[in-house]
Design a protein around this ligand. Structure first.
Ligand code: ADP
Ligand code: MG
Length: 470
């Protein structure tokens, strides 16, 4: 077997077990450079591939290689920047392993009533099993499990409330999916409140309110997401009340979500409020740190990507606004790493959060680096800080007094004093020949500000971590 065919067979084996996107990302433009005395020397196109292959792929690649040729005893890696698409040693992975788009199968549970409503499985990615529980959402999850098992028996209506991005839609759709799985004869309708409002408006215009009532007759489970949008819509409330009552009275399950509890919904229709209150009301809150970390780990596993534990801890610790925001940062990190081939670091993630999650509350996080790197110089410190804040170095040593420059400059002085233990005079001299009292004021300013500016604390943690300062 020639080297190209050998590599093709090995990568083919890896593809049987791993997600295509991941293998393509890390094996594109790689090649077997030599195979002698049982040692397979693999060429990698970029320096940073090296670490990644050694930590994540060396073991599995060797296993796959031994399946292809048991004579292979060892794999070594070598960076060869000449490797690229035009290089004759490289195989075209995209051509050999084309993306097989799954054929869209008709949803066999999909049913359509004469009145035109559709009952079907919802987004299959939402399940009750992949909803990670913590004390903040356990009750809601348990209530959903109960409803999924015994619809319309114990908790009816089930009313789930909580802030945005905390898993309400996930729970609602997962419960619907589960009910359908348990008994496909169900007729389940999921609608956003907006969808329902539009229907009522159409019916009013067509002067045919009976249409809506008939339409929902067949439904066995009605799921309404984000009911808060019904506030101030009197006609819709009235109509909803009728639909709700007729379903409820004929023993159908109703599941509702809202961003606030029933009594805060400002509904004109008081009867509706007491209807909501007659069932089970549960809330979802932001999960604790451990659960946030577990969610991130789970989502990485699901996407089959490896992200440094330290980076995940950093995200879990700092993103406290919603699970959606947590997922958002993770998704961005994954996308960045797939596009740019750069593994997320605490610094890159902190920067991403700064740019896109301005509203995310930052809390202090002390990152410890188990492998101390010494010899941090003022130059490398200046590099780290200017890179982090994306300001030109010349502006830092220059006279600019804009906030964009002042803060990074003060941070440099602060870190040079507190971490590198340089003298005030020396710092001043190196940073644009400034007076030692200016340096002293800057250091004091940052240390004062750190007491109540969590964003700054987060910035400094990220910088010191990246610069290898302790
Ligand atoms: P809401 O409807 O409350 O605004 P969503 O249900 O849309 O929030 O949740 C936002 C995202 O966070 C979804 O992708 C959801 O799967 C995910 N999510 C929320 N809570 C959890 C959890 N406890 N475990 C796993 N994923 C979660
Ligand atoms: Mg939602």
């Amino acid at each position: 077997m020639n080297l190209k065919d050998l590599w093709l067979a090995i990568v083919g084996k890896l593809l049987e077990e791993f997600e295509r996107a991941q293998i393509i990302t890390w094996f594109k433009n790689t090649a077997v450079l030599s195979f002698e005395d049982g040692v397979l020397n693999v060429g990698l196109p970029l320096p940073f591939f090296l670490n990644w292959h050694i930590t994540h792929f060396s073991k599995i690649t060797l296993e796959a290689a031994q399946k292809v040729d048991p004579k292979i005893k060892k794999i070594t890696y070598q960076v060869d920047i000449a490797l690229g698409e035009a290089d004759s040693r490289v195989i075209d992975l995209l051509k050999h392993f084309p993306d097989k788009k799954p054929r869209k199968l008709p949803n066999k549970n999909e049913k359509r009533s004469e009145e035109g409503i559709i009952s079907k499985m919802f987004n299959p990615k939402y399940t009750l099993e992949n909803f990670i529980t913590s004390p903040e959402n356990r009750l809601a999850h348990a209530a959903c499990q109960n409803v999924a098992k015994y619809p319309a028996e114990n908790y009816n209506p089930l009313f789930i409330y909580g802030g945005v991005g905390l898993g309400k839609t996930h729970l609602l759709q997962a419960t619907g999916n589960e009910i359908m799985r348990n008994d496909p004869s169900n007729f389940i309708v999921y609608t956003t409140t907006e969808g329902f409002v539009n229907e009522v408006v159409d019916a009013i215009q067509a002067r045919n309110m009976n249409h809506i009532r008939n339409k929902y007759r067949k439904v066995t489970v009605l799921i309404i997401d984000d009911i808060q949008f019904i506030a101030n819509k009197d006609r819709t409330q009235e109509e909803f009340f009728h639909t709700f009552n007729s379903l409820y009275e004929s023993g159908k399950q109703i599941i509702i979500s809202s961003d606030r509890p029933p009594h805060e919904l400002a509904l004109l229709n008081e009867r509706l409020v007491s209807r909501f209150q007659s069932g089970m009301i549960v809330d979802v809150q932001m999960p604790d740190y451990e659960t946030r970390l577990a969610i991130l780990q789970y989502k990485c596993q699901e996407a089959q990507v490896f992200i440094n534990q330290e980076v995940l801890e950093f995200i879990a610790f700092n993103v406290t606004s919603s699970v959606r925001a947590l997922e958002g940062i993770l998704k961005q990190s994954i996308a960045k790493y797939e596009l740019e081939h750069t593994a997320p670091t605490v610094k890159s993630v902190a920067k991403m959060m700064k740019q896109t999650q301005k509203e995310v509350k930052m809390i202090g996080f002390v990152v410890q680096d188990p492998a101390p790197r010494s010899a941090v110089t003022i130059d490398s410190l200046i590099d780290s800080v200017t890179e982090y804040f994306t300001v030109p170095k010349s502006d830092i040593v220059g006279d600019s007094r804009t906030r964009d420059c002042m803060v990074p400059r003060q941070v440099i002085m602060y870190l040079a004093k507190t971490k590198l233990h340089m003298s005030l005079a020396k710092i001043g001299q190196l940073i644009g020949n400034r007076n030692h009292t200016t340096v002293m004021h800057s250091v004091k300013r940052i240390s004062d500000q750190l007491k109540n500016d969590r964003q700054l604390l987060c910035d400094i943690n990220a910088i010191t971590k990246e610069a290898g300062i302790h």
